[in-house]
Design a protein around this ligand. Sequence first.
Ligand code: AMP
Length: 114
Amino acid sequence: MSEDTIFGKIARGEAPANIVYEDDQCLAFRDMFPAAPMHILIIPRKAIPRLCDASEEDQSLLGHMLLVASKVAEQEGLGDKYRLVINNGEGAGQSVFHLHMHIIGGRSLSWPPG
Ligand code: AMP
């Protein structure tokens, strides 16, 4: 569960990505198979596999990622109409085991999700 992933490579600049935001703690880039007109992923530079692997020491990093999501959504013109998703674990649809938050928007979003 702690092996390197494509997102780890993107975080280290070893794999390409369409980056829309980065700072010392995290980066945001466009999802290569977008599920909506706007689909961006936010990842921490730190390789945390799943949200459930995060610990108390990651508290400010996780809070920072939420604020970055809000900033990126505004930057990308989503206004106040977007959804944040974290798939935790294979059974919930997680396919890349480097923590990431999806920002999805640009179309109407139904609830509950599938
Ligand atoms: P999840 O299913 O929550 O693990 O989400 C993984 C997401 O990463 C999916 O939406 C994929 O389309 C996306 N993805 C996988 N590889 C890449 C990549 N190299 N660059 C951008 N997005 C990717």
